[in-house]
Each structure stands twice: as structure tokens, then as C-alpha cells.
Design a protein around this ligand. Structure first.
Ligand SMILES: [Zn+2]
Ligand SMILES: [Zn+2]
Length: 231
């Protein structure tokens, strides 16, 4: 019975990062919190993010604190984030944009490919955004979905944004670009426009509908035509 009261040495437990009064101001305008942490994002050139943020305005991913922008970048590039040479420049929003559009279209693209899949074909997809090059050797961030069979690729759908035009989202089905457009929220930000939430929602829906219809049409055409492989 005495064992109940016996003092035990406690093992130090792994404690989750808790907000502590760090004395650093949050850099988000209007935020009064002074328990901010420095964003630990360092890009491939070795530049460090200068932003500090409180727990309300940042995220901890695998033990490392990030500001919102870089948390989104790290999520977009997945495993590439652990490669110091794979990390996009500090102000590069492109991987996040590709990832955002990909998440919105993922269900639709899978459904299209699964419906189009023939005997022995299956759908595989990237789980993160990665760097690739177009036919002109220009760098672009992309994420793709592929219909494959045991002899190889049948059809690839990719969402990509190039380094030199970082607002324009393009979609390829096979070798053909079937849709491109600047997302409405980016177009508005560029023009300094502000709209009601309902208009914002309607514009986004219209944009995604256009992308979805373009993809569906191209997949149908591919399957309606011959079955040669397209890259
Ligand atoms: Zn804050
Ligand atoms: Zn940051």
C-alpha cells in the first residue's frame, strides 16, 4: 500500500510546444500578443524568414514553428521540405498555390480517371507538389495524377504554375494544355479589389467548375479517341 505514496522519479516527458511569454511581438498587424516565435523557414539560398508570430497566427509542423505562409509551403512540398536545397525562395507562393488548387480538384480528377480506367489500369497520384520542367526547360511547380497500366503511363493530368508567371494556373491532360486561368482571389488582390464573401464564393465555384469541365472534356476525348499513351 505504501507504494501508492512512494515518490517516483518521473521520466521527463516529451512536452508539446506551449506558448511561453517569449517577449517577442507578433508581426501580424493589430495582434497584441507578445508570445511570438520566430518562423524557422530557411529557403534554398539560406535566407531566413523574418516573421515572428504568436500561436494564433502560426503553426508548428513536426516540432518546427512556421508563419502561415511557410506552413503552407512546407505542407505543399511534403518530403522535399526536409531537403535544404529543395525549399522554395522565401517569397515564392507558387507551391502553395499549386497545392491549394490540387486539393480542391483532387476528388474530381480521381473520379474522372477512375471512371475512364479500363481493364488492368489504375490511378496513382503525387502526394506533394514538386519541381519539374516544361518542354522549354522552364521550371514549374506541379502536382499530377496518372492513369497507369503495367506497361506504363496511359494518361497524366497535371496542375502546374511556372516560375516566370506565378499567378497563372495551367492544367494539362496528356501533352495538351486544356485550361489556364488566374484564380479570382489572386486577380482581385492584384487589383486591390474587395468583395462580399458571397461573391468570393461564387467566383471560386465558377473558376473550379471551368477547370473541372475542361478536365472532364479532355479525359472523355482521350478515351473517345484511340488508346495510345499520352504524356
Ligand atoms: Zn498574433
Ligand atoms: Zn515564415
Amino acid at each position: 500500500m505504501t507504494s501508492l505514496f512512494r515518490r517516483r522519479r518521473r521520466e521527463p516527458l516529451a512536452v508539446p510546444l506551449e506558448p511561453e511569454p517569449t517577449g517577442i511581438d507578433c508581426t501580424v498587424p493589430g495582434c497584441p500578443n507578445t508570445d511570438a516565435l520566430r518562423c524557422e523557414y530557411r529557403d534554398r539560398r539560406g535566407h531566413l524568414c523574418p516573421v515572428s508570430f504568436c500561436p494564433d497566427h502560426g503553426t508548428v509542423i513536426e516540432g518546427a514553428p512556421y508563419c502561415r505562409r511557410h506552413a503552407s509551403t512546407v505542407r505543399a512540398i511534403g518530403a522535399l521540405a526536409s531537403d535544404p536545397n529543395g525549399r522554395p525562395d522565401l517569397d515564392d507562393r507558387t507551391p502553395s498555390l499549386v497545392n491549394w488548387i490540387s486539393r480542391e480538384l483532387d476528388g474530381h480528377i480521381r473520379a474522372q480517371l477512375e471512371a475512364a480506367a479500363g481493364e488492368g489500369e489504375s490511378v496513382v497520384s503525387d502526394d506533394a507538389v514538386h519541381l519539374s520542367r516544361d518542354q522549354n526547360r522552364n521550371l514549374r511547380w506541379e502536382r499530377s495524377w496518372r492513369l497507369v497500366e503495367n506497361t506504363g503511363l496511359v494518361l497524366k493530368i497535371s496542375i502546374h504554375v511556372s516560375a516566370e508567371n506565378d499567378e497563372l494556373v495551367r492544367i494539362n491532360v496528356g501533352s495538351e494544355m486544356v485550361a489556364d486561368g488566374i484564380p479570382p482571389w489572386i486577380a482581385r488582390r492584384k487589383m486591390g479589389e474587395d468583395v462580399d464573401v458571397s461573391i468570393d464564393v461564387a467566383q471560386r465555384q465558377l473558376f473550379y467548375l471551368y477547370l473541372q469541365e475542361s478536365i472532364a472534356k479532355a479525359v472523355a476525348e482521350f478515351r473517345g479517341g484511340d488508346r495510345r499513351s499520352a504524356r
